[in-house]
Design a binder for this molecule. Sequence first.
Ligand SMILES: [Zn+2]
Length: 272
Amino acid sequence: MCNLDQVNSIPQTYSKLTNDSVAEVKNPNGKFPLLLICEHASNYIPPEFDNLGIDEETATSHAAYDIGIREVAVNLSNILDAPLVVSNISRLVIDCNREPYSPDSTPSQSEIYSIPKNANISPQEKSYRVKTYYQPFHDCIRNTMLSRTDLKVLLALHSFTPVFMGIDREMEIGVLFEQDNQLSRIFLQSSSLFSNLITVANEPYAPDPKVSHTIKKHATPFNLPNLMLEIRNSLIRNEKSQWEIAEIIAKMIQHSMREFNKLNKQRNYPEE
Ligand SMILES: [Zn+2]
């Protein structure tokens, strides 16, 4: 669980993951004015769910979590010195980036994987999962935003599988955004300045409100500039590549925020 007191009391050195902790804030006092979000950081399924009836292959697949993204997010938090909110529960228990009471938040089928114990779950069970595993994560984000009014940008990090339904995905980084998202457009344009990564808009899928729930909940209503990134998980399978990608993305973020601030004549980002 996470509340404002806990957010403020977590020491900078806090790094130990415990499976009792539904959500956590890392680097809560980080100076960089951006909040990193990682909804799909973990494939942990609490024992009470009896593994949701899935096998080992499903439990370690992209259906259960965004492979490699926790490590990239932690690296980014360290490189930028930015706070990071992570969920420590598998998206198969409850997907923190979906409307909580929709069928999408507890899928019984995800690509080629079936999740038997998500089929026909009762309203009571749904409500229990929302309250116990969804709400603490979003409380963490909200409380962090309330306690850190200096945070000017929200960045949600995800990874995607290189092959989906048998189709190869060529793109390496996807930037998901709607028409009026100026920061995302700048970020997209900045890609070629810092890497040769194939960076594309609104791939591997469109910015449907269903898949940008966190942005819609915590950024859009407050006109908070935001980014939603998808990284192909084949690029972030080991420590070295997880660090290298984080370094590239950090440079793109720093550059994009500087350019954004220039265009908007804001002074919310420290000069070099
Ligand atoms: Zn994701």
